[in-house]
Design a protein around this ligand. Structure first.
Ligand code: SF4
Length: 353
């Protein structure tokens, strides 16, 4: 048996039963791949069903408006994926269906090398190998490769090795087998080498050096941002701001936000927000941490009770009962949950300037 057929036999016995594996329909495969780009399978499955239920085919998704799609996406994070999903659906609907060539798939918004290879191989049986964190881990350990994965040379080396491993007769199954092996056996920490179909030939396993691989050239730079959310309430209405271009969470809503480069005092917050003297406020969340790929957000949240709506602020006032109609980030969703738990309690402090 060759290495590929050993892997395929293992996959046949051990594959995860995932809903998108019961179809070769390009729309379903694409939807699942985009949802899973930065999301765990358990959470992604719920969203996969949600999207298929609301938009059963690419034409129905193409006809949706962006707010509706962002709202359905709420909680998954990385909202540019949702915006690209809609843009790509409109292009595909305009073409009359999904293109079956890798290069055409690759040109769709939000479809990178990995997603194009996954759709081309799984939906259309084309010989394109996927390369992601799972594949880097398996190949780097199997060959004890010293070339770092985050360099041009590393990317080229891994892409070409992954392609060499790909059996022409079953590219989709092989790619899914690599994904499952990485997700269930060749784990980042404590890989389960004793159950691995590649165990007999794996060099890192033989040398006990599994956790040394894959190699990285540089560490990720993470920027810390301090967010202060002011949940302004005036009677039954609350204030919402819609996020603009050029930053995270474009198009999503949030309470008034003030950003600092350091952890601010309330005097600094009050001065920046121009809160009227005498308004009542309450600190409801302090130091909430929200990790993004290159940013760490540290957020405080205040409920501020106003008797008059202040002028000159960029946003809308809505009745609090319809707040859930406005798509928000996961961080803001957490803050809403905290606020909803304390809203009936009396606000604690009064702004003195
Ligand atoms: S033997 Fe261990 S390290 Fe090697 S590929 Fe399998 S799980 Fe990964």
């Amino acid at each position: 048996m060759t290495g590929q057929s050993i892997l395929l036999a293992w996959y046949d016995e051990n594959k995860r039963d995932l809903p998108w594996r019961h179809t070769h329909d390009a729309y379903s495969v694409w939807l699942s791949e985009v949802i899973l780009q930065q999301t765990r399978v358990a959470q992604g499955t719920e969203y996969y069903y949600r999207f298929l239920h609301t938009y059963p085919d690419v034409r129905s998704l193409a006809a949706a408006d962006e707010d509706e799609v962002l709202h359905l996406w709420q909680g998954l994070g990385y909202y540019s994926r949702a915006r690209n999903l809609l843009k790509a659906a409109r292009i595909v609907a305009g073409l009359g269906g999904f293109p079956n060539e890798y290069e055409q798939l690759r040109r769709l918004p939000g479809v990178g090398d990995y997603t194009a290879a996954a759709i081309a191989s799984i939906a259309f049986g084309k010989p394109f190998a996927v390369v992601d964190g799972n594949v880097y881990r398996i190949l780097s350990r199997f060959y004890t490769l010293a070339v770092p994965i985050d360099t041009t040379e590393g990317k080229r080396t891994y892409a070409s090795l992954a392609q060499e491993w790909l059996p022409a007769e079953a590219p989709g199954l092989h790619n899914q087998a690599m994904m499952d092996l990485g997700a269930t056996i060749c784990l980042p920490r404590s890989p389960r080498c004793e159950c691995c179909p590649l165990g007999d030939a794996c060099m890192a396993h033989a040398e006990g050096r599994q956790e040394e691989f894959p190699k990285h050239a540089r560490r990720k730079i993470v920027r810390t941002r301090h967010f202060v959310y002011l949940y302004l309430r005036c009677g039954s209405e609350v204030f919402l701001h819609r996020r603009g271009r050029g930053d995270i969470w474009q198009g999503l809503y949030e309470p008034m936000l003030i950003e600092f480069g350091h952890a601010p005092t309330f005097a600094e917050i009050s001065a920046s927000a121009h809160l009227p003297e005498g308004c009542i406020y309450r600190l409801v969340a302090k130091g909430l941490r929200h990790q993004l790929t290159h940013q760490l957000l540290v957020a405080d949240a205040y409920v501020v009770k106003l008797t008059d709506k202040p002028g000159g602020i960029d946003g809308i006032w809505i009745d609090e009962s319809v707040r859930s109609d406005y798509g928000v980030s996961r961080l803001v969703e957490n803050i809403y949950n905290i606020i909803d738990g304390v809203l009936d309690e009396e606000p604690a402090c009064q702004n003195q300037q």
